[in-house]
Design a protein around this ligand. Structure first.
Ligand code: SF4
Length: 131
């Protein structure tokens, strides 16, 4: 893949701070990580980003993984070959982000826009929370 993959990144236009949680654990951190991973989950250049970020970015969320997850992958000598790394499913990431946003009180419409899903999907997520 050419070096211009960054121009096609889903995070272009997102608040960069989303990818760098200010706290290291707890619900706020989990929400932020889930929201950042949801952006990565719909990114067309995630594989290229993961390959590059595994060796070049040592903090924050990139390539759909946290810095700790990238370190673990590197330590296992699985990186930088994304196809060999057990990556969380992008759908799981987006669903987790959506559930976190709903639990925080965001409206269905806002969650749909932020997660890039239909209103019907958000309704299913809300029903799952209520069940
Ligand atoms: S995978 Fe995530 S961090 Fe990497 S370019 Fe895509 S959206 Fe940005």
């Amino acid at each position: 893949m050419s070096a211009d993959w960054r121009a096609r990144a889903a995070c272009v236009g997102e608040d960069p701070e989303l990818f760098f949680p200010v706290v290291e654990e707890g619900p706020l951190c989990e929400d932020q990580v889930a929201a950042a991973k949801a952006v990565c989950g719909r990114c067309a250049v995630r594989d290229a980003c993961l390959e590059w970020s595994t060796t070049h970015i040592h903090v924050g969320i990139a390539g759909g993984l946290t810095a700790e997850e990238r370190r673990a992958a590197r330590a296992e000598s699985l990186a930088p070959r994304p196809g060999r790394i057990r990556q969380p499913s992008p759908r799981e990431d987006i669903r987790a982000a959506g559930l976190a946003l709903l639990k925080r009180g965001e409206s269905n419409q806002d969650v749909a826009v932020r997660c890039g899903v239909t209103d019907r999907t958000v309704e299913r997520w809300r029903a799952a929370i209520s069940a």
